[in-house]
Structures are given as structure tokens and as C-alpha cells.
Design a protein around this ligand. Sequence first.
Ligand code: SF4
Length: 175
Amino acid sequence: MGETKMIRKIAGKARSSRLGFKALNYVFDSKITETALYKKLYFKKIKRTAKLHTDVLPKSIEIGITNVCNADCIMCPHRHLKKMGFMNMGLYKKIVDDAVSCGMEKVSLSFFGEAMLDKDLEARIKYAKNKGLGVSFFTNASKMDESKSKMLIKNKVDNISVSLDSPNKETYEKI
Ligand code: SF4
């Protein structure tokens, strides 16, 4: 085994140990992630990893347009998030453009948040559809009404997954 491979193997083991995990959490929570050196090393790693997988690039992407949610489900890590907000349109468009230029075909607009709380949801759907992407998202459906349903149909959203965590009223309300 070459020296670099050996170092990577040791680093991988250290990372997955309990102490390594704690150390990584410390780093990710600190200001270190905002330094130029960290960003340089981070993007170098992303580029290196992407190069290794050019033949198996994914066809879909998830964009967390918001981490704001009006629910507080017991199993969701959402309550532990420290910063809440909505993604600005400039960044959203850039990610969609990059995804299209990488050959992606679908976008899901959910990640630890309720997409239907986003006032820009329609504009985001239109932008992605105009770029040829299939659009989907998860929702707790609490904000679904006639006008929103019509908007989703009009814009030809491809797939909506409604999270209903129990068919039993009492259990559902507990969750
Ligand atoms: S609705 Fe979804 S995002 Fe919101 S708290 Fe429940 S599981 Fe989390």
C-alpha cells in the first residue's frame, strides 16, 4: 500500500472513531469553516472526489430551499438546527444552472423544512421547469389549499410526497 493510501486509511479510521466524530463536530461548529484555508482544502477535496466519480454522476439533486417548518415532529432533527431561513433566489438559480450543466434531470426542493412556507415556491418551480428539470418536494400539507393546489397543477410539478406519520388521529397529533 502506498504512503498516501496508508495516510488516507488511517485518517478514515480516525474520522469514524467516537473521538474523531467529536473533533469533526467541533470543527464544523467553529469559525474555522469560514477561513480561506478551510474553504480551499474543502473545495480541493470536493473536486478530487468528483473527478473519481465522473462516470456515475447523479441524475437528481436536493435543494433545501428552506429549513423553516411549522411542525415539530418528534423524530425530526429540525428542532436542533441553529439557523433558519429561506435560500435567496440568486443562489438557488446558480445551483439549478450548475445542476443542469452537470446533466441532472430532477430536483427535489426539500431538506428539513416545509417547502410550502416559501413565498418564492412558484418562482422556483417555474425556474427549474423552464430549465427542463423534473420538480418534486415533500410537504406536511398543512398549507395546501385550493389556490396552492391549482398553482402546483398549473406549473406541472412532477411529484409531491405528503408526509402523514400515522393514520391514527391521536398518534398523528402526538407526533
Ligand atoms: S414536517 Fe418534516 S421538516 Fe417539519 S418537523 Fe416534521 S419531519 Fe421535520
